[in-house]
Design a protein around this ligand. Structure first.
Ligand code: UDP
Length: 379
């Protein structure tokens, strides 16, 4: 099957990293069309996945845009649409991986008479989207998509609660190659040395810098932990969240944690860094659609504490393969961190369980098979 994948982002967020794994089996006969240039294009090229940047003009509409802003952006989309329609005619299927890709993909699907699949990586709720954007996404998916692949039960539920047709949806979790997360001891030691983490109890946070990802909750929790507990914050402000990044630096200063928090920016060596941590925390204050970082920490064998909402609740069973805390509650987070420090053996058993369960449940080969079956049966 020849697939035209569409994604609006030039930057590699979770949806984009997932798309690399999905597009790989089709790379000899498919194309990824992007609506922005950037590091994501380079990553696709490194994976020998054909990629073309279809526009370099930023699409102005944002997740929180109102009707007027959304309509104003429409005119700007026409040259892009014409291009996509022309390309789509050479492919069997359009696979929209993001919201703006859905808008273009839906119209292109009608004009090129190609079926449309929408991979839903978001929780379509008012916490994340403006009412108009939400309505547009649901209406386009209902009207034009033959299949909506939801990345979790939480995303599927939000879609149907917003008016999406349940019968066109299927839930498929992100897949991972567990061998990529088995890091030799020598490499872990080296990274601990490089980052001066030896003899410290290290909490890792791996996420783009954004208020709802809740880095501030971890910093507040850290202030309630003993001095040997330190944190590394890995990730960049990918979508213009510079103010929040500055607030985090200020919070660290105010709490006198300068020697206990390292901001590492965007990194490509996530498995190595996660393996060098004693705990990985996930602190999103709004429900997480899936939470790739949670599964990745599990595959590294590092205990994970996640915020109890959305997709995270499908990944973590408290006390079995990780720990769950109330979103936004730094006191509870500090308490669980300290319990993990004290109860080393139980925590290690839980992390080991997590690794075993995750390597089977999220096995990339199985997940890719599920996707292949869905694509061939529905279209
Ligand atoms: N990630 C990365 N480098 C970083 C920070 C994050 O490669 O510096 C990756 C992380 O390993 C994960 C993805 O970005 O695979 C984030 O996905 P997640 O589902 O956790 O969040 P999203 O970005 O989709 O909201």
């Amino acid at each position: 099957m020849k697939i035209l994948f569409l994604d609006q982002s030039g930057k590699p967020g979770g949806a984009e990293l997932c798309l690399i794994d999905i597009a790989k089996p089709y790379r000899d006969r498919s194309l990824v069309g992007l609506f922005a240039d950037g590091d994501f294009k380079t990553l696709l090229q490194q994976n020998q996945i054909p990629v073309e940047v279809l526009t370099t003009k930023p699409i102005q509409v944002k997740k929180q845009s109102n009707l007027f802003q959304a309509l104003a952006s429409f005119q700007q989309l026409i040259p892009l649409l014409i291009k996509v329609v022309k390309i789509a005619k050479k492919y069997d299927l359009i696979y929209a991986n993001t919201q703006k890709a859905l808008v273009i993909g839906a119209l292109a699907s009608v004009l090129s008479r190609r079926p449309l699949v929408y991979h839903l990586h978001d929780i379509l709720s008012l916490e994340h989207f403006s009412p108009i954007n939400l309505r547009v996404a649901v209406t386009l998916a209902n009207t034009f998509a033959s299949l909506v692949i939801a990345n979790s039960q939480a995303s599927q539920t939000a879609f149907t609660q917003a008016g999406g047709k349940a019968e066109i949806t299927a839930i498929v979790y992100n897949g991972f190659a567990s061998k990529n997360y088995q890091i030799p001891e020598a490499e872990i030691k080296q990274i601990q040395q490089e980052l001066d983490l030896e003899s410290k109890f290290v909490i890792g946070h791996f996420s783009r810098i954004a208020p709802w990802k809740g880095q501030h909750i971890l910093i507040a929790a850290l202030a309630k932990c003993p001095p040997q507990v330190t944190a590394i914050l890995v990730g960049d402000a990918l979508f213009g969240e510079q103010n929040y990044a500055q607030e985090l630096h200020q919070q660290v200063k105010t709490l006198g944690l300068e020697n206990r928090v390292k901001f590492l920016g965007f990194r490509a060596d996530i498995p190595q860094l996660m393996s060098a941590c004693n705990i990985v925390t996930h602190t999103s204050t709004a429900p997480e659609p899936f939470g790739r970082v949670i599964v990745e920490a599990m595959l590294c064998g590092t205990p994970v504490i996640a915020a109890k909402a959305g997709g995270a609740m499908e990944l973590v069973e408290h006390g079995v393969n990780g720990f769950l805390t109330t979103p936004g509650d730094s006191k509870e987070l500090a308490k669980v961190i300290n319990t993990c420090r004290e109860e080393i053996e139980i925590t290690a058993t839980i992390a080991n369980n997590a690794r075993n369960i995750a390597s089977q449940r999220f096995d990339i080969a199985t997940i890719n098979q599920q996707i292949a079956q869905l694509l061939s049966s529905g279209n």
